[in-house]
Structure formats: structure tokens, C-alpha cells
Design a protein around this ligand. Structure first.
Ligand SMILES: Cc1cc2nc3c(=O)[nH]c(=O)nc-3n(C[C@H](O)[C@H](O)[C@H](O)COP(=O)(O)O)c2cc1C
Length: 480
């Protein structure tokens, strides 16, 4: 991997494409940075770089993962091809990381360890009104899987709880949650590194749903088309990405659980949990590090989580059941609790089968909308049209009561009124595909056949062409 495969190299690209806003006004980390990032979200969810952060020597950037196009272009793909590309990357693996000496690792230009660690020196911030405190939101946690020996990464909210302590909220059904559970039983601690700021491929790979037999660092190499550069940890035995901006090294004691939250989450409700405590053994960074923040109640959180990670897994799972499935989308709007599925129906039951496969593949999904191949699922207007003209509730609505619910959906119900541990929710499937009978009419909004591929550039001058193109992007929700 060439050294330009890092966060700062990517910010240069965003600067060139006009997707980076630079703020030189002094700004606070107590919620002010997040308020600005949220305020500019409707304008294409740009990244925002704050040069003058009160109380910090480091600049802060947030909003980096704001749109699908940005994520796809970071790994050299068009938006439409990224789901299949991600599935190929998981299947094919990638090059093993290349180990470099510590002197050649920018991330270890500054090493602060032991009693010198003071997390208050870094500009961790508050994001939503009732957040319990300062949170790490952009951190990619890397750990070794104790069963396979491979490196596994994921992103987890982490609350700063002391000078050198933080909580790591890894759900029990995630790979890291399982590593913690096994370590708890065996009375072992777990070494982790928290990577703050790297090339987007590093975070994107952390969201791929690969088996734990596959080393995530190799997948980063596959996404970047070249091996990831790593260096030995300063205080732990893990390969540290050499070109990161900042890395926290530490040890988690999975038996030492603490309450964390409330914390504003992806569904725009607060989450809180019991989470294991990590003691930070070292903070390493570039001399001129850029601090990477991520806004959790913003399109960038859902964009990075869904695309390509969860959507690629959904596509694969539903296609396995219904081979005519062409595309899937989990829209960012609506708390990202719904899924759109586009299918070229071969059997009458392909719509209902797609609903069942989608709900089984991803327990966060609550409402599934299945449409035919002529409906562009990246255009909400078309999905609504299909729902209104092809769907009959008495015939095509599927209601599945009492399914697995999530905490960040406050309408989910408790199984046991005295415990918040298990929640149930009702799920819906909307089969908005055309029924298979020959008299179902053709749609009427198609141009005359000879003019299907009309090229506006042949008819409009540059100003009008630009105006039309600008307006058509306004139809999309932020980040989509
Ligand atoms: C910004 C962001 C924040 C996330 N926060 C959490 C979290 O706090 N807890 C959690 O369990 N998963 C969280 N996730 C989801 C996991 O990182 C993701 O599902 C990852 O793929 C889990 O790893 P696994 O594939 O090993 O299960 C977050 C994802 C993103 C993009």
C-alpha cells in the first residue's frame, strides 16, 4: 500500500471534488462540531474539517462517510457495482499485510504509554443532546480471533470513562462480542487496538460480513489493490496499521462490565448497555495527526454500516433463496429499518419468499418492500408508485408478529416486563410485484420506443443541462 492510502490522502481527494468544507472559526468539541456537521448534512452530507478546535492541537474531521458515491469511489468502484465487488472480495481474499519497521510507521511518530496516557488530551466529543459523555465514534477496533488466529475488525461506540479507560460496546452476536464472551469464561483479557483515522477502505472492510477464518487486514488489501502496511504494536502483540492517524492500544477485561450511555444512535433514539472496560496502554499518533470523528445520528453512520457491509450480505442471502433478485437497498431514511428488494420474478411466490429471506438474513430489518425489475429501488418515488399501483393489502401484506426486536426501536415490546434484555417487534412484508396474470396492464410512463435513450446534452445548453442535473440530485435523501 502506498503511503497516500491514508485519511489525509482521501481528504485531498474530497477537497478536489468539493466534498470537503473547511472551518477555520474556533469550534468546541462539546457538541458544537456535531451541530455544524449535522446542519450541513442536507447539502450532500459533505465532510467537514475543523482546523481550530478549542482545547486541542489537532484538527478534527467528521462526515467523511456521508454518501454512497463517496464510499464506492474510495475503493475505486461505481456505486452500482459495490455490493457484488464486496462479495467477490470476501470470497477471493486479499494480499497478506506488509510489515514495516516502527520508524517507517507514521502512526508511531509519537508514542505515549503507561502512566502518561491521558485521553483528555484528544478531542473526543459529545454528539447528541443527552449523550452521557465523550464518545469515540469513528474507532475501528482490531483484535485477534482466539479460535482462528486471524485479525478481525469492527466499529463500536466507546465511552471515555477515565484518564485511561473506556467501554467497548460490542453486541454479543458480533465477532468481537463472541471473543469477549469466550475470554470472560476463560478469565482472560483481550488485547485490542482502536484505529482512529485511516483510508476509508479500513473502515469499509470492518463492516464486511466475512467469516472469521478470513483476516480483515487482507480484505483491506483487496479493497485497495495492494497490501496494508502494518507495524508491531508499542505495548500489545497486534499488527497496527502503519498509516493510521491515531491508534489507542489497550487491554479489555471482559469480566469488568460498566454501564454506558445514553448515546444517540442510528435510529435517532438513545442506546445504553453494560459494556466491558478497556484500559488504554498507549496512545500512538502522527506528529500532525488529524482526529477523525463520526457523527452517529447522521447519514454517515448508516452509510458506512449498510454500504456495502449489510447490503452485500442481504443481497447474497436473498439471491440464494430467490435467484431472480437483482438489487437490494436499505434506505438511510426511516432509521434504516426497512429494505427494498428488486426482483425479476420467475415464480408467483418470489415476492413473498424474498420477504422471508430478507427478514431471516438481517434482524435489524423491520419492513421489507419487494418490487419488480422495472422499479429503480434507488428512487423512493418509484417504490411508492409500485406500492400504490401493484400492491393490495388484503392479498400482498405479510404480518409477522413477535419477531426479534432491537433496543433502538422504542416501539419494540419487552417479552418480560421486568427485563429489557429481550425485545419483540412486528415485521411487515409488502409484496408490491405485479401478479402473474396476463391482463395486468403495461405501465404508461415510457417514451416512444425510438426515443428511449434521448441524450439531453444534444438539446440543452450547458447552463440548462447543469440546472437539470443539479435538480435531479435534490430528489435524493442525504447520503443516498
Ligand atoms: C459507525 C458505526 C458504529 C457502530 N457501532 C456499533 C456498536 O456500538 N456496537 C455494535 O455491536 N456494533 C456496532 N456497529 C456495527 C459493527 O461494527 C458491524 O456490524 C461489524 O460488521 C461487526 O462485526 P462482525 O462482522 O464481526 O459481527 C457500528 C457500525 C458503524 C459503521
Amino acid at each position: 500500500m502506498t503511503p497516500s492510502h491514508d485519511l489525509r490522502g482521501f481528504l485531498d481527494r474530497l477537497r478536489a471534488t468539493g466534498e470537503l468544507i473547511e472551518v477555520r472559526h474556533p469550534t468546541r468539541t462539546d457538541g458544537e462540531i456535531s451541530a455544524v456537521v449535522k446542519e450541513v448534512e442536507p447539502a450532500g452530507a459533505p465532510a467537514v474539517l475543523f482546523h481550530d478546535v478549542i482545547g486541542s492541537d489537532l484538527p478534527v474531521v467528521a462526515g467523511v462517510f456521508g454518501t454512497r458515491e463517496r464510499i464506492a469511489s474510495a475503493v475505486g468502484q461505481p456505486r452500482a457495482g459495490l455490493l457484488d465487488h464486496a462479495l467477490n472480495v470476501i470470497d477471493g481474499g486479499g494480499p497478506p499485510p506488509q510489515t514495516v519497521e516502527r520508524e517507517d510507521a507514521p502512526v508511531q511518530q509519537v508514542v505515549i504509554s503507561g502512566d502518561h496516557v491521558d485521553l483528555a488530551q484528544l478531542p473526543f466529543g459529545v454528539h447528541s443532546k443527552d449523550d452521557a459523555g465523550n464518545y469515540i465514534t469513528s474507532g475501528v477496533v482490531l483484535a485477534r480471533d482466539d479460535l482462528t488466529g486471524t485479525i478481525n475488525t469492527g466499529m463500536y461506540r466507546m465511552m471515555i470513562t477515565g484518564r485511561n479507560t473506556l467501554t467497548v460496546n460490542a453486541a454479543p452476536d458480533h465477532d468481537l462480542g463472541r471473543v469477549f464472551a469466550r475470554a470472560r469464561i476463560a478469565n482472560r483479557s483481550v488485547e485490542i487496538a482502536i484505529v482512529l483515522g485511516h483510508h476509508p477502505a479500513y473502515a469499509i472492510a470492518s463492516q464486511l460480513k466475512n467469516p472469521t477464518s478470513v483476516d480483515t487486514h487482507e480484505l483491506v488489501g483487496a479493497l485497495l489493490d495492494g497490501p496494508l502496511r502494518v507495524t508491531p504494536g508499542a505495548t500489545i502483540d497486534l499488527p497496527i496499521p502503519a498509516d493510521a492517524e491515531i491508534v489507542l492500544e489497550g487491554r479489555v477485561d471482559p469480566a469488568d462490565m460498566e454501564g454506558e450511555g445514553p448515546f444517540g444512535e442510528f435510529s435517532y433514539y438513545y442506546g445504553s448497555a453494560q459494556a466491558p472496560v478497556c484500559t488504554v496502554t498507549a496512545v500512538t499518533r502522527r506528529e500532525d495527526a488529524i482526529f477523525h470523528d463520526l457523527h452517529p445520528t447522521h447519514a454517515e453512520h448508516r452509510c458506512l454500516w449498510l454500504f456495502p457491509g449489510r447490503e452485500a450480505r442481504l443481497l447474497e442471502a436473498v439471491r440464494r433463496t430467490v435467484p431472480g433478485v437483482r438489487d437490494v437497498r436499505i434506505p438511510f431514511m426511516g432509521g434504516s429499518l426497512s429494505a427494498y428488494i428488486q426482483v425479476e420474478k420467475r415464480k408467483q411466490t418470489d415476492g413473498t419468499q424474498s420477504v422471508l429471506a430478507a427478514l431471516a438474513a438481517d434482524h435489524f430489518i423491520k419492513h421489507v418492500y419487494v418490487v419488480d425489475e422495472d422499479i429503480d429501488i434507488h428512487d423512493d418515488e418509484q417504490v411508492l408508485w409500485a406500492l400504490n399501483v401493484r400492491f393490495q393489502a388484503g392479498r400482498d401484506l405479510m404480518v409477522l408478529p413477535n419477531q426479534k426486536g432491537i433496543r433502538m426501536d422504542p416501539s419494540a415490546r419487552r417479552v418480560n416486563p421486568d427485563s429489557a434484555a429481550e425485545l419483540v417487534t412486528d415485521k411487515l412484508g409488502f409484496d408490491a410485484t405485479r401478479p402473474f396474470y396476463p391482463t395486468f396492464p403495461e405501465r404508461a410512463d415510457r417514451p416512444v420506443a425510438a426515443y428511449e435513450d434521448v441524450n439531453l446534452a444534444d438539446f440543452l445548453d450547458e447552463t440548462d443541462l447543469e440546472r437539470v442535473q443539479r435538480w435531479s440530485t435534490f430528489r435524493k435523501a442525504a447520503g443516498e
